[in-house]
Design a protein around this ligand. Structure first.
Ligand code: ASP
Length: 418
């Protein structure tokens, strides 16, 4: 029998996970069974993906940068990458703002629902506000300070420090270019083969992907809040989804027009990474698979993907920035506030920066949303309004984040100096 393509296997795993959980929630003890016996396999699957994120960034970036052999190539590719990332993020925020201003989802929230949501989720919102305040209280140059680790071992000890690891890897790669090639050869050979080993590990982990997503989705279903909340926040959720869908269409058009690759080629190539982004809500956890798909199925040179994707996973979050723009205006509308054009332009800037600063892990976009709200003078307690449906939206915006990274890697691949 012909083996089912990976993306179909993953979709099947997700689908069966949802059905399985829906059946078990109606059986006594079913929820507990899923929490105790199914969910751990999802956690193990995510852990195994996260496990290789840091080694992968180190190996692929050091290899990628040192392969470039001359620094002008690196700076032109770096400049281009950052520029395109910024453009797509700005585009996403604008799409979010336009959608939310046309659909006006906040106006449909009744006073009673607003009160209920504020009461139900105020504790959770407080946690996020606290986490964001720690970041907000820092000085303006704090992000720059955070970029440079004082100790590489402790930097690699936390997946949230990806930018620090990237900084070290680029520095290491540049230094390899600057010393005579005879001297750098042993280190280069080591990282080349280290990289191969990591890619093999990814292949092995992906064998478990259908089972991993089965467990992840089953656990999500039993932990989901009641359907009533979804209905109350339905229009807001749809606005975010509408914007995200437009972003995906824009990527498809960009890829078609600028690289000539058909939508089906692009989507087929990237879909396993998208499905994994959906199941894990983490661009960092998805990074290994995004790399593999882009290299092996979308014809992007390793030289490009190993540079563009780790950076993209950390700083390029188009889905997150779009969501932050919609959420900020939605909360303002729900509180009956009028946002001036000036305030909305402020949101363009803060949402762009906040998405760059968001870690590539579940829920990070919501923490950084606090900063967008504070800047625009919108009550931070409003986070409680959107808490209930944040997870499903997180799953969808992570798909867009990952698709955006893959798109940009294809564009940079097409237009680089050979
Ligand atoms: N979960 C998102 C990601 O990892 C970040 C966020 O928007 O919360 O890409």
């Amino acid at each position: 029998m012909k083996k089912l393509a990976l993306h179909w296997q993953i979709i099947l795993g997700m689908f069966i996970g949802i059905i399985f959980a829906l059946i078990l929630t109606n059986i006594e003890g079913g929820k507990l069974f899923i929490s105790n016996w199914i969910k751990p396999f999802g956690t193990i699957f995510i852990n195994s993906l996260k496990l290789i994120a840091v080694p992968l960034i180190l190996a692929s970036l050091i290899k990628g940068v040192s392969d470039l052999k001359d620094l002008s190539k690196l700076s032109s590719m770096g400049g281009r990458t950052i520029f395109i990332y910024l453009c797509t993020t700005l585009m996403a925020v604008v799409i979010g703002l336009v959608s939310v201003n046309i659909i006006n989802p906040g106006n449909s929230i009744s006073d009673q629902t607003r009160e209920e949501l504020l009461i139900a989720y105020s504790d959770n919102a407080d946690d996020k506000i606290l986490a964001a305040n720690n970041q907000k209280n820092a000085g303006p140059l704090q992000p720059l300070i955070d970029l440079v680790p004082s100790n590489i071992v402790s930097a690699t000890g936390d997946n949230r420090n990806m930018l620090q690891v990237i900084f070290f890897a680029i520095l290491f790669g540049i230094s390899m270019i600057l010393i005579p090639s005879k001297k750098s050869k042993p280190v280069k050979d080591f990282f080349d083969s280290f990289n191969e080993v990591i890619l093999k590990i990814i292949d092995l982990i992906m064998l478990a992907a259908p089972y991993g997503v089965f467990a992840l989705l089953a656990a999500l279903v039993v932990e989901a809040p009641s359907l009533d909340l979804f209905k109350a926040l339905g229009l807001y959720g749809l606005t975010v989804l509408f914007g995200l869908l437009i972003m995906i269409c824009i990527y498809i058009v960009l890829v078609k027009v600028l690289t000539g690759k058909s939508p089906s080629y692009f989507l087929k190539g990237i879909s396993p990474a998208q499905l994994l982004a959906f199941s894990t809500s983490s661009s960092a956890a998805t990074l290994p698979v995004t790399m593999e798909r882009v290299q092996d199925h979308l014809d992007v040179d390793e030289e490009v993907s190993s540079f563009v994707l780790p950076i993209g996973a950390t700083i390029n979050m188009d889905g997150t920035s779009l969501y932050q723009a919609v959420a900020a205006v939605f909360i303002a509308q729900a509180f009956g506030m009028e946002l001036s054009l000036y305030a909305q332009l402020g949101i363009v800037t803060t949402a762009t920066l906040a998405s760059i600063g968001s870690a590539a892990v579940p829920g990070a976009g919501m923490v950084m949303l606090v900063i967008v709200l504070a800047q625009a003078g919108i009550p931070e307690a409003g986070l409680a309004l959107i808490f209930a449906i944040d997870r499903p939206l997180d799953m969808c915006r992570t798909v867009v984040n990952v698709t955006g990274d893959a798109t940009v890697s294809m564009l940079v691949n097409k237009y680089r100096k050979k």
